[in-house]
Ligand binder design. Sequence first.
Ligand code: GAR
Length: 194
Amino acid sequence: MQNVVILISGTGSNMAAIVQAAEAGKWSERLGAQVAAVISNKPDAKGLLFAKERGIATAVVEHTAYPSREAFDAALAQKIDEYQPALVVLAGFMRILTPAFVAHYAGRLLNIHPSLLPAFPGLHTHQRAIDAGCRFAGATVHQVTADLDAGPIVEQAVVPILPGDDADTLAARVLTQEHIIYPRAVETFLQKGM
Ligand code: GAR
């Protein structure tokens, strides 16, 4: 079985979209794949409840409990590796990862970022796109490398920025597209790798 481990920090709507795609698309029968675990760095992440309700293993590795980024990433990797993942999916996981962590999962680590990379890496992407006068925004699924939001692009979706948009209305429009492209990118990976 190809195990997928999904990391979240909050709502987990992208994680939920992937779990639902796995169920609807019969990934376990067709691809020999399953979402094996959902791990959060925050104990109150809403997405943990969704995963538990679906019978998916959950775990919390709190970054505040560790003295350094390196120590947290090592503990996180130890927890992830209990599931021997074919793929690790960052889905709204709001931590910068150390080069050692990224190297450990090289070739099997995906992230989604709510901008049309390479434009607007980092935070506050929607407001920055509006402020820049962009006519279009979007989301990017990419392989994770040691450079923040800069790995090879796997999938993108484009949405218009409409007159009167604020960061919230734009984020909601982008998120609906994230829920389409992220499950698709994960499924493609499980079919053929990166
Ligand atoms: C998503 O929009 C995702 O692209 C973004 O956080 C949101 C999480 O939503 N990720 C980043 O900004 C990573 N830098 P979700 O928890 O409902 O999936």
